[in-house]
Design a protein around this ligand. Sequence first.
Ligand code: ATP
Length: 226
Amino acid sequence: MTIDSSLSALSAGQRSKGVVIMGGTFDPIHHGHLRSAIDLLDKHGFKELRLVPCFQPVHKDRPNVSALQRLDMVRLSIENDSRLCVDDREITREGPSYTIDTLKTIRSEIGESEPLIMVLGTDSFLSLPTWADWWDLTEYCHIVVVARPGWDSEYISELNAFYENHRALSAIELQSAPAGKVWLETLTPLGISSSMIRNLCRQSLSIAYLLPKAVQEYIDHNQLYK
Ligand code: ATP
């Protein structure tokens, strides 16, 4: 497992608290993911954000593009931004990518006291009750839910109880405790999705400006999503 980044170039004094993870299929990664990541770092001053591509999504169809190609695209997308890094543990672990397993290993590496924040779009948050051991996730991390255009945040009843049990009253709680809170966040709303990009490719339409140019070139070069 590797964590690529230039974060090591920062002195300890330049970093604040909080490791953020954004898991995803990233099939492909796009500006909706990346803008949310940067917005979140800017707004709350967390020390790093790790993009964690899954090997085998548990709640979606298996992608046609290989895990290594999706990983390549994530790496290409952040090569100029030192605040973001890639964590490939789910890909090296192989098998179905259960988030609870990922959280347990990251928690054991960063220690008990470091805040760990998992960022999810509204769609992923609403699917939480279908995740393995979902009620235990907040033992290991906070959850930040980013409003995603087109997704109604009316929570299904099962999530209402979960939300009320864990709701943070202020974003400061995300840094003052290591885990346990849920925070709803509104960042730059971008109605971009990976499925939109795959559909455009299938129709041989342009995907320019929806994702980093290097990723677009990788898709073109490897004839992906045709
Ligand atoms: P697909 O269209 O194939 O379902 P996706 O665009 O949702 O893919 P994922 O890799 O599944 O991309 O998403 C990873 C995480 O990023 C999820 O928590 C998802 O909700 C969130 N996310 C994806 N796109 C956006 C966006 N435009 N704005 C905010 N969050 C997003």
